[in-house]
Design a binder for this molecule. Structure first.
Ligand code: CDP
Length: 231
């Protein structure tokens, strides 16, 4: 059967990754979490003292270090999750920490970081048969993707979901901290100069605020089948 590219973009903590991962597993496609790549670069910068407590990034040093930052993905382990590797080290857990969430959007505004990661993302999609989620997948990374979905839900709902996820992992954070982070990342992601978060004109909008995970999956599978027929 013909393979397509599926681009799933949307606001922070909107459930894009869960949707994208589940769809890829159902249809036998590769799944790439582009946010994990920005998070891994951010972790590298944090570990090397390139970000100050007020979230100022030493852009010059980070850009100079880019050739020595290698990001890859290990296949899903027993937990069913694909693990992100930073220079070969499994950093899947660490990149989901609140500290990384707080620093990632200032790193993701840097043009050179985006250029490098977008090139890598495009390589992953060379043979199609891929589901990728992020902020600029339908607009910049794969503007010709056969299926584009733009996911939204209220910031309150998204903060509730993310808090539940972090609490289940044992992270000690408050609703207010998570809510503030969601809102601040949305602000930076939508207002940056390079590839701001926005809905591609040909993307289908999904407000999943009141949908169950199953309803969301059924909806996405219907869109996928329609896109395959059209392609
Ligand atoms: O999981 P969540 O939706 O909260 O975020 P994520 O997908 O892990 O992305 C983390 C951050 O990386 C975003 O807030 C953006 O600043 C940045 N990002 C981006 O700029 N472009 C992408 N394609 C993906 C993520």
């Amino acid at each position: 059967m013909k393979k397509i590219i599926v681009a799933i973009d949307g606001y922070s903590s909107s459930g894009k990754s869960t949707m994208a991962r589940e769809l890829a597993a159902r249809v036998g496609y590769i799944y790439v979490d582009s946010g994990a790549m920005y998070r891994a670069v951010t972790l590298y910068a944090m570990r090397h003292g390139m970000i100050t407590p007020d979230k100022t990034v030493d852009t010059e040093r980070l850009v100079a270090a880019l050739p020595s930052i290698h990001i890859s993905f290990a296949p899903a382990g027993a937990d069913g999750v694909q693990h992100t590797l930073l220079n070969g080290e499994d950093v899947e857990r660490e990149i989901r920490d609140m500290q990384v969430s707080e620093n990632v959007s200032p790193v993701a505004v840097i043009q050179e970081v985006r250029q490098r990661l977008v090139a890598l993302q495009q390589e992953f999609g060379e043979h199609k048969g891929i589901v990728m989620d992020g902020r600029d997948i339908g607009t910049t990374v794969f503007p010709n993707a056969e299926l584009k979905v733009f996911v939204c839900a209220s910031p309150e709902e998204r903060a509730r979901r993310r808090l539940k996820e972090l609490s289940e992992k044992g992270e000690n954070v408050t609703y207010q901290e998570v809510y503030d982070n969601v809102v601040e990342r949305d602000r930076i992601d939508t207002s940056r100069e390079v590839s701001p978060l926005r809905k591609a004109e040909d993307a289908i909008e999904l407000d999943n605020g009141t949908m169950t995970r199953q309803e969301q999956m059924d909806w996405l599978l219907r869109q996928f089948e329609a896109a395959i027929i059209k392609s």
